[in-house]
Design a protein around this ligand. Sequence first.
Ligand code: PDD
Length: 281
Amino acid sequence: RTVYVNGDYVPENEAVISIFDRGFLMADGVYEVTSVLGGKLIDFEGHAARLERSLSELDMPHPCTKDEMLEIHRELVRLNGIEEGLVYLQVTRGSDGDRDFVFPDRETTKPTIVLFTQSKPGLADNPAAKRGTKVISIDDIRWGRRDIKTVQLLYPSMGKMMAKAAGADDAWMIEDGAVTEGTSNNAYIVKDGKIVTRGLSSDILHGITRAAVLRFAREAQMEVEERAFTIEEAKAAEEAFSTSASAFVMPVVEIDGVPLGDGTPGPVARRLREIYLDESL
Ligand code: PDD
């Protein structure tokens, strides 16, 4: 696989980053995951805009222009022959060659940028989407700026492990009684035929897939309610699903061992997945 690191396209085993990089030492970095379907990047504009915002919220310099970023994405997709899969991009604050809590001088310390691809044949035709996924609920103990897409993913990883140990696929996180989001996706329920999902704030990541799916839902005359919901409400809902760039629209058929409806993917989730894939291809 060819990867990109600070201006160069290199074989993955030749990519080098300083051990003092603040991304490595302090999780001082942000990322984006853009999906590729039919060799085409999905929602690149949205991901580029969110990266811009993550960087500015953390006062981190931008490593390149949006056009350069698009060019790197396209070149890696081409070089690695990606038909279906992902492009992962990460920007960290770099380092001035030592460990210090104080940010290095932004005039003299360049951010680090790396990109790589992941080939995932069958991403669109995922059997999990036909079967539906099971989630468990766990406390949301993450920091309070989840709107910034940082590489601090230890707790979400632990959440996935807790889900796995419980025989489930993912975990939905709960704060003050309400669901925030999944470990790596936004969370939805369907109640009285309406799509319910938490509103945007610093409590959740502003999903690019979320924005697209809600737009498609409204265009298809489906009702959308942006508000917090409890896990009890979710367990009693007609349907549930999640969205992310890496899984699109993913039906949820069981929460904490409680099956939703008849325990199979519901019509709203199936329809939204279909619309999303149709519009993206
Ligand atoms: N995760 N919420 C969280 C906590 C996420 O990590 C993600 C994305 C989302 C969905 O955002 P989007 O629709 O823009 O992908 C919501 C990516 C895919 C990941 O970490 O792999």
